[in-house]
Design a binder for this molecule. Structure first.
Ligand code: PEP
Ligand code: MN
Length: 271
């Protein structure tokens, strides 16, 4: 189906390994649905804590916010950086939420690992082999996002770098690819979910927010992802989306997040 997969070894399903489970707190990623929510970037402390509290109140256990942001334009807000990590640490202490945040480069990954429970390697870094190798040396699960022009084979080979260098805990994230159409920010490759699940033992989650680019489309993409068999979702959410420092157009509010959360429970019970 994907042509010759002979270079992919460790990421492929085998008879003895059909699914990777990653235990974190009382969640077994790969088995329990992994719902991750939070603002695109770490906001100022008060706002970040407020968002985190609301998310925790919904029973969601994973909080994602970027301290270091890979922005397309150098004129856009680049994130609160080191200060952002400190704020995330406070979120962790005060709410007990598991922290997911991005390591933009090898220089920062150890500092990020001091706070993060899951380290995100973003789309723009999917092919950064030095970062992938370095990520493998960290004793934390890696959330690897698909490059927006990467084939599934390239995506799995990027995961293979991390597995080969010694970190077995990789979570794959489909987040939309570039196609000819621009009705949404990217085109969510929903077929990637069952296709990956056929091939790999690694958990596969979906980021509907970056694919959609606008919040009205996000709930439908969440439902589609669940129907396609995704192991989780990562959803950009904020108490006041219009005031978000980054990616506000695609960010949903807490009431919308709660609705999606309830839909997930409903779908999963029906399964
Ligand atoms: C993000 O998750 O905030 C992000 C920048 O995503 P991506 O790397 O998929 O563009
Ligand atoms: Mn974003």
């Amino acid at each position: 189906m994907m042509g010759n997969n002979s270079h992919i070894k460790l990421a492929l399903k085998t008879e003895s390994l059909s699914k990777t489970f990653i235990k974190m707190g009382n969640t077994t990623i790969g088995k329990d649905f992994l719902l991750i929510a939070g603002p695109c970037c770490v906001e100022e402390e008060y706002t970040t804590l407020k968002i985190a509290e609301k998310i925790a109140d919904l029973g969601i256990q994973f909080f994602r916010a970027g301290a270091f942001k890979p922005r397309t334009s150098p004129y856009s807000f680049q994130g609160y950086a080191h200060q952002g990590l400190k704020i995330l640490n406070k979120v962790k202490q005060e709410t007990g939420l598991h922290i997911v945040t991005e390591a933009l480069d090898i220089d920062i990954i150890d500092e990020v690992a001091g706070v993060a429970d899951i380290i995100q390697v973003g789309s723009r870094n999917m092919s950064n082999s030095r970062l992938l190798k370095k990520a493998a040396s960290i004793d934390k699960p890696i959330l690897l996002k698909r490059g927006f022009s990467a084939t599934l084979k390239e995506f799995l080979l990027a995961a293979e770098y991390i597995l080969y260098a010694g970190n077995p805990d990789v979570i794959l994230c489909e987040r939309g690819i570039r196609t000819f159409d621009s009705h949404c920010r990217f085109t969510l490759d929903i077929a990637a979910v069952p296709s990956l699940s056929e091939l790999t033992h690694l958990p596969v989650i979906v980021d509907p927010s970056h694919a959609a680019g606008r919040r009205s489309v996000v709930p439908a993409l969440c439902c589609a992802s669940i129907a396609a068999g995704a192991d989780g979702l990562i959803i950009e959410s904020h108490i006041e989306p219009e005031k978000a420092l980054c990616d506000k157009e695609q960010t949903i509010n807490i009431a919308e997040l709660d609705k999606i959360r309830r839909q997930i429970d409903f779908f999963r019970q029906a399964h």
